[in-house]
Design a protein around this ligand. Structure first.
Ligand code: ATP
Ligand code: MG
Ligand code: ZN
Ligand code: MG
Length: 469
């Protein structure tokens, strides 16, 4: 990829979130992640090219120096900042415009700075050989997996119903989504296979922006506003079926849709509980005893006790990082105010305290070496604020699970294996790799907004009594 000879015809629309738009290379396993900003500012970019460069460099630094140490290097690909020719970026933005979902078009792609983040394409891993079955990649945005236990929590409901489930009511009440998702993060993070299965089934049923499936790098399943859900599910099953033909099914080609979906979910659960590169120790810690009262999972259905999450699994690492939010926004906000006051009195302290970065080892150290008790110092407050921001990032990241069917050839030149597979009730093997993406630092001054949003979500839930359909 030569940066001075970029051709928009080599790139295609891949996807987008709230903050960035992603294009993928048609041949290389690479993506470019470009910034977005509100459409009303389209004539007037909110920042200079240098500021955009700094912002993306901050994303790389935060991911590689802070989040990677908290979440585990093996899951993280931080990428690098690139400077692109402006003409290329302009042509690209015209080319992708008509493929963008309408509901995302309140923001426009940044065409002025020429800066982007270049990353490996996690939906078309290089290990995939083009002659073989294309890899399946599943993206999950799991959101917050625990209930706050901070003494600063002022509303009891927050210790019973999880943030995601309450937020669903708020989003439906405000018209963001038509239907509530029945996915509950506490089920996904429980480590209990039945609860995880239940959670993933609901992600499939109502994907919103929490679930996507890619096949050979192409998105084949995601939430599409206004489309016929049952048709979508049928087309998904059509894509999945060939991956789950095995044993008896491979011979008589008969497998119910329910069985295909069950096998798919089971493979996904295995990947989420694995160490990330297959194999791995299962040092099971925690009991996974926390339940959300809004989850429809019936606790009496649990046949096998809760095992908790293996400590080398991606879910465990994400949950541990989310739990750096020990005070809850209600306990954190006064500490934010303490820092803010301090910065007003001593503006030069902003740099020493690394409020807006740099996100280096020094930042990580401030975050990790936090006094256990509040000694009233600004250092304590800064440390808690840094921790909270890392937790926020972990509550907003996505997991990408790449599944490559394995054992195809093995089976053909090994009669023994084929015989075993014929009788085996288990799904076929996949080699899996797990990554974490979307690890941007959340701005320091987003904290007051977080408090207001928390108050709105809780009061909406209390008002409607969680009684929406
Ligand atoms: P959010 O609104 O969740 O904060 P965002 O604007 O920060 O999203 P990302 O989540 O990083 O943007 O990227 C948007 C989408 O692009 C992702 O959901 C994913 O489907 C795709 N994507 C991002 N990075 C990669 C990658 N390295 N490989 C493949 N696909 C990617
Ligand atoms: Mg995202
Ligand atoms: Zn919940
Ligand atoms: Mg993001």
């Amino acid at each position: 990829m030569e940066l001075d000879k970029m051709d928009e015809n080599d790139w295609k629309y891949h996807g987008e979130g709230n903050k960035s738009l992603v294009v993928s290379h048609v041949q290389l396993s690479r993506v470019l992640r470009l910034l977005k900003y509100p459409a009303e500012d389209s004539e007037n970019p909110p920042q200079t090219a240098e500021q955009a460069f700094r912002q993306i460099q901050n994303i790389v630094d935060f991911s590689s120096n802070v989040m990677s140490s908290l979440l585990g290097e093996k899951f993280i690909h931080s990428g690098e900042v690139v400077k692109l020719p402006l003409e290329f970026v302009r042509q690209l933005s015209i080319k992708v415009q008509h493929q963008r979902p309408v509901w995302r078009c309140d923001k426009v792609m940044d065409i002025y700075s020429g800066c982007a983040l270049c990353l490996p394409n996690l939906t078309s891993p290089a290990l995939h050989q083009p002659t073989h079955t294309p890899p399946l990649c599943i993206e999950i945005k799991p959101k917050c997996g625990f209930l706050p236990s901070s003494k600063h929590v002022s509303k009891d409901i927050k210790t019973k119903v999880c943030r995601f489930c309450m937020h669903q009511h708020y989003k439906v009440a405000n018209g963001k989504w038509k239907r509530r998702s029945l996915y509950c993060p506490l089920d996904l993070f429980s480590g209990n296979r039945q609860r995880m299965h239940f959670a993933i089934r609901h992600l499939i049923e109502e994907p919103q922006n929490n679930f996507k499936i890619f096949k050979g790098g192409q998105c084949i399943y995601s939430s599409k506003e206004g489309s016929d859900d049952s048709l979508d599910l049928n087309s998904l099953l059509h894509h999945l079926r060939p991956y789950f033909m095995y044993g008896n099914n491979r011979i008589n080609c008969h497998m119910t849709s329910k069985a295909v979906l069950n096998d798919f979910i089971q493979v996904l659960v295995n990947a989420l509980l694995s160490g990330g590169g297959g194999g791995g120790v299962t040092d099971r810690r925690g009991e996974g005893r926390s339940f959300c009262e809004a989850s429809l999972f019936n606790r009496e259905r649990i046949r096998h006790g809760s095992q908790g999450l293996p400590s080398d699994s991606v879910l465990f690492r994400i949950l541990q990082t989310q739990m750096l939010d020990t005070l809850d926004i209600e306990g954190l906000h006064p500490l934010y105010r303490r820092v803010e006051q301090h910065l007003q009195d001593f503006p030069k302290e902003r740099t020493r305290l690394q409020i807006e970065g740099p996100y280096n080892e020094g930042f990580l150290e401030k975050l990790q070496k936090c006094p256990t008790e509040d000694d009233g110092s600004v250092e304590y407050a800064v440390s808690k604020v840094h921790q909270y921001r890392a937790a926020m990032t972990a509550k907003d990241c996505s997991i990408m699970v790449a599944l490559v069917p394995s054992g195809e050839e093995e089976e053909d030149d090994d009669g023994q294996r084929r015989f075993r597979d014929f009788l085996s009730p288990r799904p076929p093997a996949f080699s899996c790799s797990v990554s974490i993406l979307d690890l941007d630092p959340k701005p320091f001054d987003s904290i007051p907004r977080q408090l207001r949003l928390d108050q709105k979500i809780v009061s909406c839930y209390l008002r409607t009594g969680g009684a929406l359909p």
